[in-house]
Design a protein around this ligand. Structure first.
Ligand code: F6R
Length: 612
């Protein structure tokens, strides 16, 4: 939610800021702004409601704004409606401090009232303006030292923030502070960068520092100094980013979502190869030993949104392959649940961004309870990756489209490998079965390629769905878990009301919504349950529903019931979710673009939900 960038160097800052913001627009896109300083002169602030293009046009792509040091912001509104006044940067009344912020200041009302009593006036409804003015207040009250002023403000502020500020008295310098919101700092020859996420600066540098929680950084041209909350200088290791810059570009595809759907075979293969060598899963990099796997008797999978749907699928896989009990929990519920966690349990948190506020809080809650944690995370160096006891990195690369596809698929495959290794370590699987299942997992990338080769047929079918107002996804077991994801994909990017139900639940209520022409998308891959699901399809069809099915090649008899059938290649049913989700991703994509929506940036959504 919200993207920030900053640059100080010898080049013109505004085009760099706009370019960086364009890579972060997935984090928020209701308004944008920049503040740029030309030497000693006061900063020029330009901000406007609307997508980044509005700001780019206003500034002639940044060329109209002179200066080599600046900060920028793309906003996803939390406090105050999207408007030019509420857009960042915000500044103190006299322009002494100018700042951009990502996160939420929870006690902003209380701080705002205190500042009003001290004579401050507020132009916007944002919590950010409060943070900026608080820094200004401490700067003027004490030693006029930026680090000390920021540290004092940090102690007073409750909530989460990635904050970048410039002080009038310190031209060419940017000061940054972080707590629970993502922020990285990049360095190149004579240039320093700060951003919410790597793609914003990847074009300029691969050398980054990860600034920790409750830490402060001072950026000068080509030099960065880090401080702890006691204003003491601290050292940080420099990390080299391995992603190539092209992976954060559209690479000839019309949209990031379509590109990311097509990247699935490759990134799944990379994720498998990261832990599978010589026909065996090796978890040395994950740091989870066989003895630990043996001692665990309960798994909690905790996540939000699509990552939660991965957990829903994995519970069937893990419970089928091992004697482990698996509970899948929404992070926003789990974190506030008054319950005792079983001592020998493992909490697996799944997150693409590694920054989702609720998932991070759930992880911390588990750790506070003395329970072992494992993160399945995509973004290297993210908060969850840093705080979890063990990390299994998915190698999806940067995912730009707000609706997840390739990260979801990598999480799912990472979970299969985990399940398999649990079964092996606990001696609950024969070597033969282990080898068979691993061989099946290895076939997933090429089978997804086959599905993608037939996408035109799905596009043709999707065109028929453009004007529908409601859709239902049904399935049983793993097919139900995939229905949940298919339904979320459709609703979030095409704004069509959609619900997913365990097929057996239809008769307990939702069937009353079925009428002439209602669309029911069924996922039918679980061999043991096919007949049961077909009965449910027949029930809705006889009440007027138009039924489509995603099923495994060979189940041609489904054509007797469904008006459109999409076949996926044959695969061990435990892993069918990796294939059946792909046609559902494509259908959602085609419906969204058919309706003329901005598929990569659906309304009201942000890629990384760093507020609860
Ligand atoms: C939906 C989607 C979201 C995320 C959710 C969790 O397409 O992308 O539902 O899955 O916000 O995000 P991460 O995985 O970053 O924790």
């Amino acid at each position: 939610m919200c993207g920030i960038v900053g640059f100080t160097g010898t080049k013109q800052a505004a085009p760099i800021l706009l370019d960086g913001l364009s890579k972060l627009e997935y984090r928020g896109y209701d308004s944008a702004g920049i503040a740029v300083r030309d030497g000693e002169k006061p900063a020029e602030v330009i901000k406007e409601k609307g997508k980044l293009k509005v700001l780019a046009d206003m500034t002639n792509q940044g060329k109209a704004v002179k200066g080599t040091c600046g900060i920028g912001h793309t906003r996803w509104a939390t406090h105050g409606e999207p408007s030019a006044v509420n857009a960042h940067p915000h500044s103190s009344d006299d322009g002494n401090v100018i700042g951009v912020h990502n996160g939420i200041i929870e006690n902003y009302q209380e701080q705002r009232e205190k500042l009003i009593k001290k004579g401050y006036e507020f132009k916007s409804q944002t919590d950010t303006e409060v943070a900026v003015k608080l820094v200004d207040y401490y700067y003027k009250k004490y030693s006029q030292d930026p680090i000390e002023a920021i540290a004092r403000a940090m102690v007073r502020i409750r909530g989460s923030y990635a904050l970048c500020v410039m002080f009038k008295d310190f031209p060419g310098e940017i000061y940054c502070a972080r707590k629970d919101s993502p922020m990285i700092i990049g360095i190149a020859d004579g240039e320093s960068y700060v951003a919410s996420d790597v793609p914003a600066i990847l074009k300029y540098t691969r050398n980054v520092y990860y600034i920790g929680n409750m830490e402060i950084a001072k950026l000068e041209k080509g030099n960065v100094t880090f401080y702890n909350i006691d204003s003491e200088v601290i050292e940080k290791p420099l990390t080299e980013i391995k992603w190539d810059a092209e992976s954060a570009e559209k690479g000839g595809y019309e949209h990031f979502m379509l590109k990311e759907i097509h990247e699935q075979p490759k990134v799944i293969r990379d994720t498998i190869n990261s832990v599978v060598t010589d026909g065996k899963v090796h978890f040395d990099s994950v740091n989870l030993t066989d003895d630990e796997m043996k001692s665990i008797d309960q798994i909690y999978i905790v996540a939000c949104g699509s990552a939660y749907h991965v957990g829903m699928d994995l519970q069937y896989v893990i419970e089928s392959l091992t004697s482990l009990q698996v509970r899948v929990e929404l992070a926003s519920e789990f974190r506030y649940r008054d319950m005792s966690l079983r001592k020998n349990s493992l909490v697996i948190v799944i997150s693409q961004s590694g920054e989702t506020a609720d998932t991070l809080a759930a992880l911390r809650m588990a750790k506070d309870n003395g329970v072992k944690t494992l993160g399945i995370v995509n973004v290297v160096g993210s908060s969850i990756a840093r705080e979890a006891d063990n990390v299994f990195y998915t190698l999806a690369g940067p995912e730009i489209s707000v609706a997840t596809t390739k990260a979801y698929s990598c999480q799912l495959v990472a979970g299969y490998l985990l399940a398999l290794q649990f079964a092996k370590a606990r001696e609950e699987i024969t070597d033969e079965h282990y080898n068979e299942l691993l061989a099946e997992i290895n076939t997933i990338p090429e089978k997804i390629e086959k599905i993608l080769e037939n996408k035109e047929r799905l596009q043709w079918y999707s065109n028929k769905l453009i004007n529908i107002t409601d859709a239902f996804f049904i399935g049983r077991g793993i097919d139900y878990a995939i229905g949940l994801e298919g339904s979320l994909k459709l609703k979030e990017i095409s704004y069509i009301h959609s619900e997913a139900y365990a097929a057996g639940e239809l008769k307990h209520g939702p069937i009353s919504l079925i009428e002439d022409g209602t669309i029911v998308l069924s996922v039918v891959t679980q061999t043991k349950l096919i007949e049961k699901t077909i009965s449910n399809m027949v029930e809705v069809k006889s009440r007027g529903a138009k039924v489509m099915a995603v099923t495994t090649a060979g189940n041609y008899f489904l054509e007797d019931t469904a008006e459109f059938v999409c076949y996926i290649p044959q695969i061990e049913p435990l892993f069918a979710g990796s294939l059946s989700v792909v046609p559902l991703q494509l259908i959602s994509y085609y419906v969204s673009i058919g309706k003329g929506f901005d598929v990569d940036k659906p309304r009201n959504l942000a890629k990384s939900v760093t507020v609860e």
